[in-house]
Design a protein around this ligand. Structure first.
Ligand SMILES: Nc1ncnc2c1ncn2[C@@H]1O[C@H](COP(=O)(O)OP(=O)(O)O)[C@@H](O)[C@H]1O
Ligand SMILES: Cc1cn([C@H]2C[C@H](O)[C@@H](COP(=O)(O)O)O2)c(=O)[nH]c1=O
Ligand SMILES: [Zn+2]
Length: 200
């Protein structure tokens, strides 16, 4: 009971620390994990709290991610928040430099400059919150994600439920025979799996 309480307070305290830091020094937070792990929900939750705190918030996603809605970040359970689709990470630097909080979804699809962009924004005092897949369907680090994770103040790894056995899932298993790294899709093309079920 006491331990559980500490954990909860620890999490809230950590968010408050980042809010205060953003007023002075900026920060980078990463939310990563497999598909269906709740990355977008967590991103939206943090951004909504920032909006409630009356901070100036801008949200971006790659133009290539056309699933659900072109002008909104949408979670698998249809929670959504308006966003600006951009072609490259340099646009985030341009459009995000004068706000207090920047949110980025589907970060794995951005170019390798994303880490530099996040770093520059954080150094200018912006709180940057990045959500993305840490691994592709082959289990390899995805795009700019490892670089952003390396320079972040906080990295939160969330897990889906393995559809095969119910354990926490960290892999996105591809169900269709397509070897391209980028293949947009949902449950028809991917299922979250734990280590054992992924390696079967
Ligand atoms: N196997 C699963 N494990 C966990 N959540 C799932 C699963 N399948 C569907 N969901 C739904 O997906 C939601 C998370 O969606 P989302 O935040 O968009 O995930 P992500 O951005 O990580 O892909 C969950 O709240 C749940 O409603
Ligand atoms: C594993 C993997 C995924 N994708 C695509 C599939 C979806 O369109 C997005 C991930 O969306 P989510 O919000 O995390 O559910 O990425 C891909 O192109 N390549 C992959 O290897
Ligand atoms: Zn499993």
């Amino acid at each position: 009971m006491i331990l559980a309480g500490c954990k909860v307070f620890g999490m809230l305290f950590s968010e408050d620390v980042f809010k205060r830091r953003s007023e002075h020094g900026g920060s980078i937070e990463v939310v990563c994990g497999s598909m269906f792990s709740g990355k977008t929900e967590e991103l939206i939750r943090r951004l909504r709290r920032a909006q409630i705190a009356r901070l100036n918030v801008e949200i971006f996603k790659p133009m290539t991610d056309t699933r659900y809605d072109e002008m909104a970040v949408v979670s698998h359970n249809q929670n959504s928040i308006p966003c600006t689709p951009v072609e490259s990470s340099s646009a985030i630097l341009l459009l995000g430099s004068h706000v207090q909080v920047v949110g980025i979804d589907e970060a794995q699809f951005f170019d390798e400059e994303l880490a530099y962009v996040c770093d520059t924004l954080a150094n200018k005092g912006v709180r940057v919150i990045v959500a993305g897949l840490d691994m592709d369907y082959k289990g390899k680090p995805f795009g700019p994600m490892p670089g952003v994770m390396a320079i972040a103040e906080s990295v939160t790894k969330v897990h889906a439920v393995c559809v095969q056995c119910g354990n926490p899932a960290l892999y996105s298993y591809r169900l269709v025979p397509d070897g391209a790294r980028i293949l947009l899709g949902e449950k028809e093309s991917y299922e979250p799996r734990c280590r054992n079920c992924y390696n079967l």
